[in-house]
Design a protein around this ligand. Structure first.
Ligand code: KG4
Ligand code: ZN
Length: 343
């Protein structure tokens, strides 16, 4: 099975062709950083317009790179949510039109499910169930991945997502946008113990994450004015890492069936966080699976792969689905106070 996947839920325009033998035939991502940088964050209207301009030529490019005509693909998939609704609509409607033109089925994909299953694209041996730490700009969740289409949310953030905290702190430190890679870079020259910062909810009996207090503490430290930027970045990164590890350790305790610890989403591209997760997994005698950075941040290969997984599992999806700004993976999960959901 060969699937053309499209992704446009936030500020990355992406198209990819993936086959069921786990080969990525072509995969392209156009980031929009230069577009949003002057505003220090993603402007929804600008993102949607850029998707409109970039998606069609990108689809042609991946088909050409894979040496395939449109009607040689077996299905077309696109992210249908969650995300910025105008941005999601561009990829979704394009995908539906391409599928119609090619006379092929259309598969609407949940962006979070695409992140959740992406590790299985690169790790054929990764079986269910596994514990997934999904950490991106819009989400910070721990999920029990029990099967394709069956996810149990074990924890989420009560305020900011981890990537959002990286982005806000980068802005505070004048490091620019997007913040994660900039903070990681600055932290290399810094002392992670230089600035005392809180670790919200670490050791708490409740399962969730919180980063708002940490961000405020960094703001205070910046205002104090006597710390080096590199030390602030390193100390912040260390605090986020401690929070992620503590909460993940707690979740592993409540999910003993887990056969692997898996991380996905843009923040999982962070080398310090990856290393700490590796130590945690080893303590529990579990393998750690993290896709390479290009598959951790938003991309369309994961969307095509999720469609392959769903079709292999015999799951039926509504091809006419409308864009869903909110689309939780675990419909039974209780909303938590203040939880922000971006993309
Ligand atoms: O998964 P993703 O590409 O998009 C969303 O669905 O949100 O994640 C983007 C987020 C941004 O907040 C970005 O700052 C963060 O992931 N990020 C990182 C790193 N690379 C990207 N955070 C920490 N360290 C990194 N190296
Ligand atoms: Zn994402």
């Amino acid at each position: 099975m060969i699937v053309l996947g499209l992704e446009s839920s936030c500020d990355e325009t992406a198209a990819a062709i993936v086959s069921s033998d786990r080969r990525i035939r072509a995969s392209r991502v156009a980031a929009q950083m230069e577009l949003h940088r002057p505003f220090g964050g993603v402007v929804p209207e600008l993102a949607a317009r850029a998707h409109v301009e970039r998606l069609a030529p990108m689809v042609e490019a991946v088909l050409a790179e894979a040496g395939l005509a449109l009607d040689a693909v077996d299905a077309v998939a696109a992210t249908a949510g969650p995300g910025l609704v105008g941005a999601v609509m561009v990829g979704l409607v394009s995908g539906q039109a391409l599928a119609f033109a090619a006379g092929r089925p259309f598969v609407p994909v949940n962006h979070l499910e695409a992140h959740a299953l992406s590790p299985r694209l690169v790790e054929p041996g990764l079986g269910f169930p596994y514990l997934l730490l999904l950490v991106s700009g819009g989400h910070c969740q721990l999920l029990g991945v029990e099967a394709v289409g069956r996810y149990r949310r074990l924890a989420t953030t009560i305020d900011d997502a981890a990537g959002e905290a990286f982005d806000k702190v980068a802005k505070l430190l004048g490091l620019g946008f997007p913040g994660g890679p900039a903070v990681e870079q600055a932290a290399r020259e810094g002392d992670p113990a230089a600035v005392p910062l809180p670790r919200p909810l670490v050791g708490s009996g409740e399962p969730h994450f919180s980063f708002a207090g940490l961000k405020t503490a960094v703001l205070r430290a910046v205002e104090g004015g006597h710390h080096r930027t590199a030390d602030l970045a390193a100390s912040f990164q260390a605090a986020v890492t401690d929070c992620l590890i503590d909460r993940t350790r707690r979740a592993l305790g409540t999910f003993p069936a887990a056969r692997a610890l898996v991380a996905a989403g843009g923040v999982a591209a962070n080398a310090t966080i990856r290393a700490a997760l590796g130590r945690l997994a080893a303590q529990h005698g579990l393998p750690l699976v993290v896709p390479p950075p290009a598959l951790c941040t938003d991309n369309a290969a994961m969307v095509a792969w999720a469609a392959i997984e769903r079709r292999n599992a015999g799951l039926a999806d509504d091809p006419d689905m409308a864009a869903r700004p909110r689309w939780p993976l675990d419909p039974a999960a209780e909303p938590v106070r203040g939880a922000g959901v971006k993309a």
